[in-house]
Design a protein around this ligand. Structure first.
Ligand SMILES: Cc1ncc(COP(=O)(O)O)c(C=O)c1O
Length: 397
Protein backbone atom coordinates (compact mmCIF):
# COMPACT_ATOMS: atom_id res chain seq x y z
CA UNK A 1 0.00 0.00 0.00
CA UNK A 2 1.34 3.40 -0.88
CA UNK A 3 -0.83 5.44 1.46
CA UNK A 4 2.22 7.08 3.04
CA UNK A 5 2.79 8.83 -0.30
CA UNK A 6 -0.39 10.87 0.28
CA UNK A 7 1.43 12.91 2.93
CA UNK A 8 4.31 13.83 0.60
CA UNK A 9 3.51 17.13 -1.09
CA UNK A 10 3.49 17.43 -4.88
CA UNK A 11 5.99 19.98 -6.07
CA UNK A 12 4.73 23.50 -6.85
CA UNK A 13 7.03 23.26 -9.87
CA UNK A 14 4.61 20.68 -11.29
CA UNK A 15 1.67 23.05 -10.73
CA UNK A 16 3.55 25.85 -12.47
CA UNK A 17 4.52 23.61 -15.36
CA UNK A 18 0.82 22.88 -15.90
CA UNK A 19 -0.02 26.61 -15.75
CA UNK A 20 2.71 27.32 -18.33
CA UNK A 21 1.45 24.72 -20.81
CA UNK A 22 -1.83 26.66 -21.03
CA UNK A 23 -0.05 29.81 -22.34
CA UNK A 24 0.98 30.89 -25.82
CA UNK A 25 4.63 31.94 -26.28
CA UNK A 26 5.57 31.74 -22.61
CA UNK A 27 8.96 32.70 -21.18
CA UNK A 28 10.01 29.41 -19.59
CA UNK A 29 12.18 30.81 -16.84
CA UNK A 30 10.52 28.45 -14.39
CA UNK A 31 12.36 25.32 -15.55
CA UNK A 32 15.91 24.45 -14.59
CA UNK A 33 16.77 23.68 -18.18
CA UNK A 34 19.43 25.25 -20.37
CA UNK A 35 18.72 26.91 -23.72
CA UNK A 36 21.57 24.98 -25.39
CA UNK A 37 21.36 21.62 -27.12
CA UNK A 38 23.51 18.60 -26.34
CA UNK A 39 27.04 18.76 -27.83
CA UNK A 40 27.61 17.17 -31.24
CA UNK A 41 29.95 14.66 -29.58
CA UNK A 42 26.99 13.35 -27.59
CA UNK A 43 24.61 13.20 -30.53
CA UNK A 44 27.17 11.55 -32.83
CA UNK A 45 27.89 8.86 -30.23
CA UNK A 46 24.16 8.18 -29.83
CA UNK A 47 23.66 7.96 -33.60
CA UNK A 48 26.55 5.49 -33.80
CA UNK A 49 25.07 3.42 -30.99
CA UNK A 50 21.74 3.23 -32.80
CA UNK A 51 23.40 2.31 -36.10
CA UNK A 52 25.35 -0.42 -34.29
CA UNK A 53 22.17 -1.79 -32.70
CA UNK A 54 23.26 -1.06 -29.16
CA UNK A 55 19.69 -1.53 -28.12
CA UNK A 56 19.83 -4.53 -25.78
CA UNK A 57 20.04 -5.10 -22.02
CA UNK A 58 23.40 -4.15 -20.51
CA UNK A 59 25.08 -4.26 -17.09
CA UNK A 60 22.94 -2.91 -14.22
CA UNK A 61 25.66 -0.54 -13.00
CA UNK A 62 26.39 0.90 -16.44
CA UNK A 63 28.37 0.01 -19.56
CA UNK A 64 32.08 -0.56 -18.82
CA UNK A 65 33.42 2.26 -21.05
CA UNK A 66 31.17 4.86 -19.43
CA UNK A 67 31.98 3.69 -15.91
CA UNK A 68 35.69 3.78 -16.71
CA UNK A 69 35.45 7.38 -17.96
CA UNK A 70 33.41 8.41 -14.92
CA UNK A 71 35.94 6.74 -12.62
CA UNK A 72 38.78 8.71 -14.25
CA UNK A 73 36.83 11.93 -14.03
CA UNK A 74 36.02 11.47 -10.33
CA UNK A 75 39.67 10.70 -9.61
CA UNK A 76 41.37 13.29 -11.83
CA UNK A 77 38.93 16.16 -12.05
CA UNK A 78 36.99 15.94 -8.80
CA UNK A 79 40.08 14.76 -6.87
CA UNK A 80 38.09 12.06 -5.10
CA UNK A 81 40.39 9.27 -3.85
CA UNK A 82 38.42 6.54 -5.60
CA UNK A 83 40.38 3.28 -6.10
CA UNK A 84 38.10 1.22 -8.24
CA UNK A 85 35.58 1.59 -11.02
CA UNK A 86 33.40 -0.84 -9.05
CA UNK A 87 32.21 2.07 -6.89
CA UNK A 88 30.56 3.82 -9.86
CA UNK A 89 26.86 3.45 -10.70
CA UNK A 90 25.18 4.99 -13.73
CA UNK A 91 21.65 6.26 -13.09
CA UNK A 92 18.65 7.68 -14.88
CA UNK A 93 19.68 11.28 -14.16
CA UNK A 94 20.54 12.91 -10.85
CA UNK A 95 17.01 12.55 -9.50
CA UNK A 96 17.25 8.77 -9.84
CA UNK A 97 20.70 8.76 -8.22
CA UNK A 98 19.20 10.53 -5.21
CA UNK A 99 16.27 8.11 -5.19
CA UNK A 100 18.42 4.99 -5.15
CA UNK A 101 20.77 6.45 -2.53
CA UNK A 102 18.10 7.41 -0.03
CA UNK A 103 16.13 4.21 -0.55
CA UNK A 104 19.31 2.18 -0.12
CA UNK A 105 20.64 4.10 2.86
CA UNK A 106 17.81 5.12 5.16
CA UNK A 107 15.96 3.22 7.87
CA UNK A 108 12.40 4.46 8.51
CA UNK A 109 12.54 7.60 10.66
CA UNK A 110 16.19 8.40 9.91
CA UNK A 111 16.78 12.13 9.81
CA UNK A 112 18.57 13.92 6.99
CA UNK A 113 19.82 17.47 7.51
CA UNK A 114 18.76 19.55 4.52
CA UNK A 115 19.01 23.16 3.44
CA UNK A 116 16.02 25.47 3.51
CA UNK A 117 15.41 26.63 0.79
CA UNK A 118 16.27 23.55 -1.26
CA UNK A 119 15.24 21.77 -4.48
CA UNK A 120 11.94 20.25 -3.29
CA UNK A 121 12.36 17.07 -5.31
CA UNK A 122 15.09 15.81 -3.00
CA UNK A 123 12.93 16.56 0.03
CA UNK A 124 10.13 14.45 -1.47
CA UNK A 125 12.61 11.72 -2.39
CA UNK A 126 13.88 11.46 1.18
CA UNK A 127 10.33 11.34 2.49
CA UNK A 128 9.40 8.66 -0.04
CA UNK A 129 12.26 6.60 1.42
CA UNK A 130 10.59 6.97 4.87
CA UNK A 131 13.24 9.46 5.95
CA UNK A 132 12.61 12.69 7.85
CA UNK A 133 13.98 15.95 6.50
CA UNK A 134 15.32 18.39 9.09
CA UNK A 135 15.60 21.87 7.67
CA UNK A 136 18.60 24.06 8.27
CA UNK A 137 18.22 27.64 6.98
CA UNK A 138 20.44 29.24 4.37
CA UNK A 139 20.98 32.96 4.81
CA UNK A 140 21.09 35.54 2.06
CA UNK A 141 23.39 37.59 4.31
CA UNK A 142 25.86 34.67 4.24
CA UNK A 143 25.69 34.36 0.43
CA UNK A 144 23.13 31.61 0.89
CA UNK A 145 25.29 29.41 3.09
CA UNK A 146 24.17 27.86 6.40
CA UNK A 147 25.28 28.88 9.88
CA UNK A 148 27.32 25.79 10.74
CA UNK A 149 26.80 26.11 14.50
CA UNK A 150 23.09 26.01 13.79
CA UNK A 151 23.53 23.02 11.49
CA UNK A 152 25.43 21.14 14.18
CA UNK A 153 22.78 21.96 16.77
CA UNK A 154 20.19 20.12 14.66
CA UNK A 155 21.96 16.76 14.89
CA UNK A 156 20.08 14.22 17.00
CA UNK A 157 20.63 10.50 17.68
CA UNK A 158 18.34 9.86 14.67
CA UNK A 159 20.42 11.89 12.21
CA UNK A 160 21.82 9.62 9.51
CA UNK A 161 23.05 11.99 6.85
CA UNK A 162 23.74 15.54 5.79
CA UNK A 163 22.60 16.53 2.32
CA UNK A 164 24.82 19.07 0.59
CA UNK A 165 24.13 20.76 -2.72
CA UNK A 166 26.88 23.11 -3.85
CA UNK A 167 26.39 25.04 -6.12
CA UNK A 168 22.87 25.16 -4.80
CA UNK A 169 19.43 25.14 -6.37
CA UNK A 170 17.57 27.51 -5.92
CA UNK A 171 19.95 30.08 -4.39
CA UNK A 172 23.19 29.60 -6.34
CA UNK A 173 25.06 29.51 -3.02
CA UNK A 174 28.46 27.80 -3.05
CA UNK A 175 30.03 26.32 0.08
CA UNK A 176 33.58 27.45 0.81
CA UNK A 177 36.46 25.08 1.52
CA UNK A 178 36.29 26.19 5.17
CA UNK A 179 32.57 25.32 5.29
CA UNK A 180 33.29 21.90 3.83
CA UNK A 181 36.14 21.24 6.25
CA UNK A 182 33.88 22.06 9.17
CA UNK A 183 31.04 19.89 7.83
CA UNK A 184 33.53 17.08 7.22
CA UNK A 185 34.75 17.32 10.82
CA UNK A 186 31.18 17.25 12.15
CA UNK A 187 30.17 14.32 9.94
CA UNK A 188 33.21 12.35 11.03
CA UNK A 189 32.79 13.10 14.73
CA UNK A 190 29.06 12.28 14.67
CA UNK A 191 29.47 9.34 12.29
CA UNK A 192 27.14 10.68 9.60
CA UNK A 193 26.86 10.09 5.88
CA UNK A 194 27.17 13.03 3.52
CA UNK A 195 25.16 12.99 0.30
CA UNK A 196 26.79 15.54 -1.95
CA UNK A 197 24.58 16.61 -4.84
CA UNK A 198 26.99 18.17 -7.33
CA UNK A 199 24.56 18.56 -10.23
CA UNK A 200 25.94 22.05 -10.97
CA UNK A 201 29.64 21.20 -10.70
CA UNK A 202 30.33 22.72 -14.13
CA UNK A 203 28.33 25.89 -13.51
CA UNK A 204 30.63 27.92 -11.28
CA UNK A 205 31.36 31.56 -12.14
CA UNK A 206 33.96 34.30 -11.79
CA UNK A 207 36.97 32.01 -12.12
CA UNK A 208 36.08 29.92 -9.04
CA UNK A 209 36.52 26.14 -9.16
CA UNK A 210 34.08 23.53 -7.99
CA UNK A 211 35.10 21.43 -5.01
CA UNK A 212 33.68 18.11 -3.82
CA UNK A 213 33.59 17.43 -0.09
CA UNK A 214 34.50 13.83 -1.03
CA UNK A 215 37.97 15.10 -1.97
CA UNK A 216 38.79 16.03 1.64
CA UNK A 217 40.93 13.51 3.57
CA UNK A 218 38.89 10.50 4.69
CA UNK A 219 35.60 11.91 3.44
CA UNK A 220 35.02 9.65 0.46
CA UNK A 221 34.55 6.80 2.96
CA UNK A 222 31.33 8.44 4.18
CA UNK A 223 30.30 10.61 1.22
CA UNK A 224 28.18 9.62 -1.76
CA UNK A 225 28.75 12.22 -4.48
CA UNK A 226 25.99 12.60 -7.10
CA UNK A 227 26.32 14.00 -10.62
CA UNK A 228 24.23 14.47 -13.73
CA UNK A 229 24.83 15.06 -17.43
CA UNK A 230 21.65 17.18 -17.49
CA UNK A 231 23.13 20.57 -16.67
CA UNK A 232 26.76 20.21 -17.80
CA UNK A 233 26.00 18.67 -21.19
CA UNK A 234 22.52 20.10 -21.84
CA UNK A 235 21.08 16.57 -21.68
CA UNK A 236 18.07 17.16 -19.44
CA UNK A 237 15.70 15.04 -21.54
CA UNK A 238 18.17 12.21 -22.11
CA UNK A 239 18.34 11.21 -18.43
CA UNK A 240 21.87 10.29 -17.42
CA UNK A 241 23.54 10.66 -14.05
CA UNK A 242 25.88 8.79 -11.75
CA UNK A 243 27.10 8.31 -8.21
CA UNK A 244 29.99 6.63 -6.45
CA UNK A 245 29.88 4.75 -3.15
CA UNK A 246 32.74 2.96 -1.46
CA UNK A 247 31.07 1.08 1.40
CA UNK A 248 30.28 -2.41 0.06
CA UNK A 249 27.15 -3.02 2.16
CA UNK A 250 25.57 0.27 1.17
CA UNK A 251 26.75 -0.26 -2.40
CA UNK A 252 24.90 -3.59 -2.59
CA UNK A 253 21.73 -2.07 -1.18
CA UNK A 254 21.79 0.84 -3.60
CA UNK A 255 22.53 -1.50 -6.48
CA UNK A 256 19.39 -3.49 -5.67
CA UNK A 257 17.25 -0.34 -5.78
CA UNK A 258 18.89 0.56 -9.07
CA UNK A 259 18.08 -2.83 -10.52
CA UNK A 260 14.51 -2.88 -9.27
CA UNK A 261 13.79 0.63 -10.57
CA UNK A 262 15.26 0.33 -14.06
CA UNK A 263 17.21 -2.90 -14.74
CA UNK A 264 19.76 -0.80 -16.60
CA UNK A 265 19.95 2.74 -17.95
CA UNK A 266 19.14 3.25 -21.66
CA UNK A 267 22.09 1.98 -23.69
CA UNK A 268 21.98 4.63 -26.40
CA UNK A 269 22.01 7.39 -23.82
CA UNK A 270 24.93 5.78 -22.02
CA UNK A 271 26.89 5.84 -25.29
CA UNK A 272 25.95 9.51 -25.56
CA UNK A 273 27.56 9.97 -22.15
CA UNK A 274 30.72 8.29 -23.44
CA UNK A 275 30.78 10.75 -26.35
CA UNK A 276 30.32 13.68 -23.98
CA UNK A 277 33.10 12.63 -21.63
CA UNK A 278 35.50 11.76 -24.46
CA UNK A 279 34.95 14.80 -26.66
CA UNK A 280 32.44 17.21 -25.13
CA UNK A 281 34.44 19.06 -22.48
CA UNK A 282 35.23 22.13 -24.64
CA UNK A 283 31.50 22.57 -25.19
CA UNK A 284 30.82 22.37 -21.45
CA UNK A 285 33.30 25.19 -20.90
CA UNK A 286 31.69 27.23 -23.68
CA UNK A 287 28.29 26.74 -21.98
CA UNK A 288 29.75 28.00 -18.70
CA UNK A 289 31.13 31.17 -20.29
CA UNK A 290 27.81 31.87 -21.97
CA UNK A 291 25.88 31.18 -18.75
CA UNK A 292 27.98 33.75 -16.91
CA UNK A 293 27.21 36.29 -19.66
CA UNK A 294 23.50 35.47 -19.36
CA UNK A 295 23.67 35.84 -15.58
CA UNK A 296 25.20 39.30 -15.95
CA UNK A 297 22.71 40.32 -18.63
CA UNK A 298 19.80 39.17 -16.49
CA UNK A 299 20.94 40.86 -13.29
CA UNK A 300 21.68 44.13 -15.12
CA UNK A 301 18.13 43.91 -16.51
CA UNK A 302 16.62 43.29 -13.07
CA UNK A 303 18.51 46.26 -11.59
CA UNK A 304 17.37 48.51 -14.44
CA UNK A 305 13.84 47.28 -15.08
CA UNK A 306 12.69 45.61 -11.88
CA UNK A 307 11.26 48.85 -10.42
CA UNK A 308 12.90 47.96 -7.12
CA UNK A 309 10.43 45.12 -6.61
CA UNK A 310 13.12 42.47 -7.16
CA UNK A 311 16.71 42.52 -5.95
CA UNK A 312 19.64 40.27 -5.13
CA UNK A 313 23.32 39.59 -5.75
CA UNK A 314 24.38 37.51 -8.77
CA UNK A 315 25.02 33.92 -7.65
CA UNK A 316 28.43 32.26 -7.64
CA UNK A 317 27.12 29.07 -9.23
CA UNK A 318 24.14 27.24 -10.79
CA UNK A 319 21.88 29.21 -13.13
CA UNK A 320 19.09 30.66 -11.04
CA UNK A 321 18.28 34.18 -9.94
CA UNK A 322 16.80 33.82 -6.45
CA UNK A 323 15.44 37.32 -6.00
CA UNK A 324 14.11 39.09 -2.93
CA UNK A 325 10.61 40.56 -3.33
CA UNK A 326 9.98 44.01 -1.91
CA UNK A 327 7.80 43.12 1.12
CA UNK A 328 5.54 46.10 0.32
CA UNK A 329 4.69 44.80 -3.16
CA UNK A 330 1.08 43.65 -3.65
CA UNK A 331 -0.71 42.47 -6.79
CA UNK A 332 -2.29 45.60 -8.36
CA UNK A 333 -5.80 44.12 -8.16
CA UNK A 334 -5.41 42.60 -4.66
CA UNK A 335 -8.46 42.87 -2.47
CA UNK A 336 -6.98 41.00 0.51
CA UNK A 337 -3.54 40.30 1.95
CA UNK A 338 -1.96 37.42 0.01
CA UNK A 339 -1.29 34.27 2.03
CA UNK A 340 2.09 33.97 0.34
CA UNK A 341 3.82 36.93 -1.28
CA UNK A 342 5.96 34.70 -3.48
CA UNK A 343 2.96 32.76 -4.81
CA UNK A 344 1.07 36.05 -5.37
CA UNK A 345 3.92 37.47 -7.45
CA UNK A 346 4.42 34.25 -9.40
CA UNK A 347 0.73 34.01 -10.27
CA UNK A 348 0.74 37.67 -11.34
CA UNK A 349 3.83 37.26 -13.54
CA UNK A 350 2.58 34.07 -15.16
CA UNK A 351 -0.98 35.23 -15.78
CA UNK A 352 -0.26 38.81 -16.83
CA UNK A 353 3.21 38.48 -18.36
CA UNK A 354 3.63 34.81 -19.41
CA UNK A 355 6.79 34.78 -17.31
CA UNK A 356 7.44 31.36 -15.82
CA UNK A 357 8.99 31.54 -12.35
CA UNK A 358 8.82 29.57 -9.10
CA UNK A 359 7.80 30.93 -5.68
CA UNK A 360 10.46 30.79 -3.00
CA UNK A 361 7.87 29.22 -0.70
CA UNK A 362 8.02 26.07 -2.83
CA UNK A 363 11.63 25.55 -1.76
CA UNK A 364 10.93 25.76 1.98
CA UNK A 365 9.74 28.18 4.66
CA UNK A 366 12.93 30.25 4.38
CA UNK A 367 12.32 30.71 0.67
CA UNK A 368 9.16 32.73 1.26
CA UNK A 369 9.63 36.33 0.14
CA UNK A 370 11.74 35.31 -2.90
CA UNK A 371 11.16 34.04 -6.43
CA UNK A 372 13.37 31.87 -8.63
CA UNK A 373 13.95 32.61 -12.30
CA UNK A 374 16.25 30.51 -14.48
CA UNK A 375 18.71 32.56 -16.53
CA UNK A 376 20.05 29.63 -18.57
CA UNK A 377 17.57 30.30 -21.38
CA UNK A 378 18.32 31.93 -24.74
CA UNK A 379 19.26 35.62 -24.45
CA UNK A 380 16.19 36.49 -26.54
CA UNK A 381 13.93 34.77 -24.03
CA UNK A 382 15.64 36.55 -21.13
CA UNK A 383 15.30 40.00 -22.70
CA UNK A 384 11.68 39.30 -23.62
CA UNK A 385 10.89 38.30 -20.05
CA UNK A 386 12.72 41.38 -18.70
CA UNK A 387 10.70 43.69 -20.94
CA UNK A 388 7.50 42.05 -19.79
CA UNK A 389 8.63 42.32 -16.15
CA UNK A 390 9.29 46.03 -16.57
CA UNK A 391 5.72 46.70 -17.64
CA UNK A 392 4.20 44.56 -14.91
CA UNK A 393 6.31 45.73 -11.99
CA UNK A 394 5.92 49.41 -12.86
CA UNK A 395 2.26 49.05 -11.84
CA UNK A 396 2.05 49.32 -8.05
CA UNK A 397 -1.00 48.54 -6.01
C1 LIG B 1 20.00 20.31 -7.14
C2 LIG B 1 19.64 19.35 -8.21
N1 LIG B 1 20.03 18.09 -8.10
C3 LIG B 1 19.74 17.18 -9.03
C4 LIG B 1 19.02 17.54 -10.15
C5 LIG B 1 18.72 16.40 -11.07
O1 LIG B 1 18.64 16.63 -12.38
P1 LIG B 1 18.42 15.41 -13.39
O2 LIG B 1 17.49 14.44 -12.75
O3 LIG B 1 17.89 16.04 -14.61
O4 LIG B 1 19.76 14.81 -13.59
C6 LIG B 1 18.53 18.84 -10.28
C7 LIG B 1 17.69 19.25 -11.42
O5 LIG B 1 17.09 20.27 -11.48
C8 LIG B 1 18.87 19.78 -9.30
O6 LIG B 1 18.48 21.05 -9.38
Amino acid sequence: MGRYLDSIPSSGIMRIRDMMFGLENPYRLDQGDVGFDAPDAVKAAMNRAIAENKTHYVQTLGIPRLRELIFERLRDRNHIPIDTVDDVMVTNGGIHALYVIFHGLLEPGDEVLCADPMWPTTRGTIQSAHGVTVDCPLYESRQWRPDLDELESKITPKTRAILLNSPQNPTGGVLTRVDMERIAAVATERDLWVISDEAYEDVVFDGERHMSIASLPGMYDRTIPVYTFSKSYAMTGLRLGYLAVKDRTVHERIKKVLYYTCSNIGTVVQWGGVGGLENGQAQVEAFRVELQARRDLFYAGIAELGSGVLSGEPPKGAFYAFLRIDPDWRPPDATAEPESLSWALVEYLIKEGRIGCVPGADFGAHGEGYIRLCFAKERRELTGALASLKTLLAVRA
